[in-house]
Structure formats: C-alpha cells, structure tokens
Write a protein that binds this ligand. Sequence first.
Ligand code: ADP
Ligand code: 5GP
Length: 216
Amino acid sequence: MLAERRGLLIILSSPSGAGKSTLARRLMEWDPSLSFSISATTRTPRPGETDGKEYHFLGVDAFKKMVANGEMLEHAHVFGNFYGSPVGPVREAIEAGRDVLFDVDWQGAQQIRTSELGGHTLSIFILPPSITELRRRLISRGQDAPEVISKRMQKSWDEISHWDSYDYVLINEDLEATFERLVSIVKAERMRRPQQPRLRDHVRALQSEFEEEGEA
Ligand code: ADP
Ligand code: 5GP
C-alpha cells in the first residue's frame, strides 16, 4: 500500500549562529510527525547535549567505518570534525510518508541533492540580517569558547557563499516572521507532484470513468 504522500528531505543550512537549530526545533514542535535526522559526529558534546538526541557522538574510527559500509547518506569535515547523516532512518521515514529534517552544511546539502533520494529534497538556506548580528547571536548563545566563535565566524563566509544552490533563502531577522515563512514553504512543498504517489492511480481512475461515460 502506497503512503498517502512521499516524505520530503528538508534541508536547513546556514552559517553557524543564523538560527537554523532554533528554526528546526520550532518546526518539530509545529509538526511532531517530522523526524529529525540525528547526525553522527566526532566532535565532543556541548554542555546539555545527550548522545542519541542532538547527535550520535562517535570516535573517528567508528565514524569512518560507517562511511566505508555505505551507512551515510552524506558526510563532511566541518570545523575540524567529521559529521554525517546515517541513511537507514531516512529511508524508513520517507517510505512511511514522514518528512525528515536535516541540519547540515552546504557540503551535506549538495550530497543529499545528488543522492538516490535527491528528487525529494527541499533545501532552505537561512541568512543572518548582518554579520554584526551573526556574531552577537553566536556570543549570546554562550556555548562556545572565544576561539571557537572566531573559527565559526571565519567559516561563515564560506557557508554563505553557497546560498544560491538552495531552493529557498530566508533572512532570519524576526524569528516569528521567519518561522511563518518556513511553515508556508513546507506546506506548499508537501503538495508537489512527486510527493503524491497516488496521483497516477487517481488520474487512471478518472480516465476509466471518462471512457466509460463515452461508451454509454
Ligand atoms: P545555528 O543553529 O544556526 O548555529 P541557533 O539556532 O543556535 O543558530 O541560534 C543562535 C542564537 O541566536 C541562539 O541564541 C538563538 O536563540 C538566537 N536567535 C535565533 N534566531 C534569532 C532571531 N531571529 N533573532 C534573535 N535571536 C535569534
Ligand atoms: P555544530 O557543531 O554547531 O552542531 O554543527 C556545525 C556544522 O556542522 C553546522 O553547520 C551543521 O549544519 C553541520 N552539520 C551537522 N550535522 C551534519 C551532518 O550530518 N552533515 C554535514 N555535512 N554537516 C553537518
């Protein structure tokens, strides 16, 4: 039995600090049926992060083994650590008609778009209103040491320079307004023709009905 609709792979990217985790969290609250792709990473957990919740925290060898076994939909080296999206849970969710939300960088977005599941991606890039505000948000988040913040700011331009590979780009000035625009995009994209596997059968039924009427 085909699911009512096919799940979307929703990719959110942004320079660190622009607000994508906040928006991802809000989106999960808005629709709890969304499944978040929990990435694997070799970075150390931040205070408050739990293994299996925000990330699967792995050693470098375990990470490399998953890549070698073809268990990652995509993977990349970011800020000196490895990050990757395990493919198993993604396949399961989208076949069951559930969307999967990804918080990945531009390299991950590019690999997901060109993967076997690429036809079902929706990619959204979040821009900050200004670089000053980006720095302010990174500092106010209070989770990173000054040298880490400076590294993240240096990487920001590299990330921003890929803005035009995304389907949608949102400037996250006012959080509520950005969230509303994000929800509108997701609602519309869920109705895209490739996301509706039952349409073909419906049109066939219409055709039979049409032909029967013609014969009567
Ligand atoms: P990212 O996941 O992109 O690194 P976060 O979602 O962690 O960024 O946001 C960084 C900081 O900025 C957090 O403290 C968050 O609460 C704050 N923030 C997010 N969006 C806005 C916004 N529109 N206005 C002001 N602060 C914001
Ligand atoms: P953080 O360490 O702040 O959680 O994430 C750092 C960066 O890594 C962010 O830009 C985030 O989007 C990216 N990232 C997180 N998980 C993945 C992943 O699975 N794959 C890729 N390519 N990037 C990821």
